[in-house]
Design a protein around this ligand. Sequence first.
Ligand code: MTE
Length: 313
Amino acid sequence: MLIRKPLDVPTSEITPETQYHDRRSFVSAMGGLIGSAFLPQITKSKGMGANLGSLEKSVLSTNEATTSFSNAARYNNYYEFGLDKEEPAINAWRLKTRPWSIKISGECLKPQTIDIEEFLKLAPLEERIYRMRCVEGWSMVIPWVGFPIKSVLDRVQPKSTARYVGFFSKADASQMPGLDNPVLDWPYLEGLRLDEASHPLAILAVGMYGQILPNQNGAPVRLIVPWKYGFKGGKSIVEIRLLRDQPWTSWAKATPDEYGFYANVNPSVDHPRWSQKNELRIGEMSRRKTLLFNGYVDQVGSLYNQMDLTKNF
Ligand code: MTE
């Protein structure tokens, strides 16, 4: 990834969790009114309001203070809309998120294409407050809204030959000015081993902070794998493909010495050009220690028993 200057966001910009929940009840109470007044882009998308209604908070959520919505929605990586962190928030309005469908294909008994409105009803939506760690050395805590990838996998019934899952992002040059830049081999492709994709922590997110996803954060549906570096979270997914072989994911293809397929957060395995031992939580003044598997070691450690994590980085 192209490293840019670290963000200098004052601690006051972090939204304490209580305040964030207060704000949510306020937004809920105002319903469509506040949506149309303050979120014109979001409410323009057909079929859904800005607010996702009352949501169960998953027990898999962290209690850590959440990053402010404005930092999460203004400091982004979405190269299809520009390489600078500020560009996706400026350019991603071009993305048409309706109509939209997700094709589920490959090594499964029931391949199918699901319209986004039906996709949103595949499983109950839940709030998942996750720590997110970017390979560039910054981190955030984001309240995502989504459901486990496993709900989708169960529906299509993977064959015994399926060992990996590929997640393909949309690539449409008429909407995405960044596709002119050959920095990556488009479409953006991410992948997981089937057992990783089936883990309860791995979700498909359709919202954040109780609202549908802003385009720059990957609307209408994106991948979230909290124990891996942020680049695993492919945005604006149009195809989920069950595969026999490990896919050549976009970053691993572009710079194989720097970005591996696994991309597990690991303070003991440095990036060839910088240390991964600590991180700047956006909104804090000093760096904090990075935790193995981003602090999710108890839940996911067994997925990597007997694996050399230095080789499988
Ligand atoms: N998905 C697509 N399609 N294109 C991208 O450039 N960037 C990745 C990931 N998903 C990217 C993508 C990277 S490098 C990161 S760190 C996260 O998205 C950033 O997600 P956020 O902007 O919601 O924080």
